[in-house]
Write a protein of this length. Structure first.
Length: 423
């Protein structure tokens, strides 16, 4: 896994040089490759019919611009055309399969392989080669996802692009970068914009999360999208496991000295790209960050989260549970919510619990009155959860969880279960 700033800068400089060179060459503005149609379907035909590498780039760039400029109706119609004209030729594939059944040659097998790949996949590959092509395809999928309820074909391409992106955004291609107060402003602005858990309200707020020595932030980048974080995590280095988010994110607070630090708290994880929804970067991010922090600070021996329960209030409403006689009654509902699945697949009701427990974390502690913001009250009655990442048992816990759906519990949670008579 690449993880150094110098390597990230290398990718940025390399890509900048390549893009600059291609633009200076002038072939994106050249008229020597044929007519650039304003009609989006004719432009599509031009892209799919070109075999030259440079001419393909010219027409793909032009088509990409037309797609971006299209209104919603034109956008939907375009993908209807793509699927109609450039899907698999089923009859030709059936003939090739029958021929291979009769005559099992390498050539016949290659023909099946070629006919099994739809033409629209080559279209996406060509669109990916243009300047900022990867980012434009991610944005394209964002738009597809926003409109797919109106079009079965957009639902098809949503899934198809996700499959391609899982290859293109393989974790081995990602760059782990530390984000701090010296990071370029264009990246810091995106950290503010993409923060999805605990809103960053000002530059002073951001500085309090990035500048102090006991606060860290890390992000994954892709070399073809060097100015766009894919996901980032904010970390507090403390001498205890916090039970309230206010003590973590408040601007004026005492700094924990390095010699007193023993706990890393992952208190906010934000996915930045809606167009990459369905690809899980978070598990790789947390593990890589935990190992990186451990190398930098020998005193670290605990890695925990301070996590919301974004589905808890809605679950209570669905169960028609409106009032609580005491704190124990509320905690009992939290444990039922986290441990007794209502889902057909048996996985946890809560998406954050599903994520952390699926990564091999342990359900460590329940904290009442932990997030008293309006969002925290509305989503989870102010309750937050500590999940513990034991680096020595993560893999074992992960495998066990997906085999048995059994949630690993701390001794404290086990005692709560016995006290509240939860089986």
């Amino acid at each position: 896994m690449i993880n150094s700033a110098s390597q990230m800068n290398f990718f940025q400089n390399l890509l900048s040089s390549l893009m600059s060179r291609s633009r200076k060459g002038g072939y994106f503005r050249s008229n020597s490759f044929g007519f650039l149609h304003k009609d989006i379907n004719k432009a599509l035909e031009s892209v799919m019919s070109k075999s030259g590498e440079v001419s393909s780039l010219v027409f793909a760039e032009h088509l990409s611009n037309l797609i971006e400029e299209s209104d919603d109706k034109e956008f939907i119609n375009f993908f209807d055309t793509v699927l109609e004209k450039y899907d698999i030729d089923e009859k030709a594939l059936l003939r090739a399969t029958n021929e291979y059944t009769k005559n099992k040659t390498q050539r016949n097998l290659e023909i099946i392989s070629q006919l099994s790949e739809p033409g629209w996949r080559e279209l996406f590959r060509r669109l990916n080669t243009i300047s900022e092509g990867t980012l434009k395809l991610v944005r394209m999928r964002e738009r597809i996802r926003s409109l797919k309820k109106d079009s079965p074909n957009l639902q098809f391409f949503d899934r198809s692009l996700l499959i391609l992106f899982k290859y293109w955004f393989n974790p081995s291609f990602l760059v782990l970068e530390s984000i701090d107060w010296t990071t370029p402003a264009n990246i810091l602005e995106k950290i503010i914009a993409y923060e999805a858990v605990h809103e960053i309200n000002s530059w002073d707020d951001l500085r309090a999360r990035l500048a102090p020595a006991d606060r860290k932030c890390f992000a994954f980048f892709h070399p073809l999208m060097p100015d766009e974080p894919l996901i980032f995590v904010e970390v507090a280095l403390t001498n205890n496991i916090p039970d309230s988010i206010s003590e973590v994110i408040k601007i004026d607070r005492p700094i924990t000295e390095e010699q007193d630090i023993n706990t890393a708290v992952f208190y906010s994880i934000s996915n930045c790209q809606e167009g990459l929804s369905g690809i899980s970067f978070g598990n790789f991010l947390i593990r890589n960050v935990a190992h990186k922090l451990k190398k930098e600070n020998d005193g670290l021996d605990k890695f925990v989260t301070l996590s919301p329960m974004p589905g808890f209030s809605k679950w209570l409403e669905k169960k028609s549970i409106d009032e609580y006689q005491d704190e124990d009654a509320l905690i009992k509902q939290v444990l039922v919510y986290l441990l007794e699945s209502d889902r057909k697949d048996g996985l946890p009701n809560d998406p954050v619990a599903k994520f952390h427990l699926g990564n091999g974390a342990i359900l460590e502690r329940i904290n009442l009155n932990s997030d008293l913001s309006l969002k925290g009250i509305n989503q989870s009655k102010g309750i937050m959860i500590n999940y513990l990442y034991d680096l020595d048992t993560l893999e074992e816990n992960h495998e066990s969880f997906f085999k048995s759906k059994e949630v690993k519990l701390s001794d404290g949670i086990k005692n709560l279960k016995r006290k509240l008579q939860i089986h």
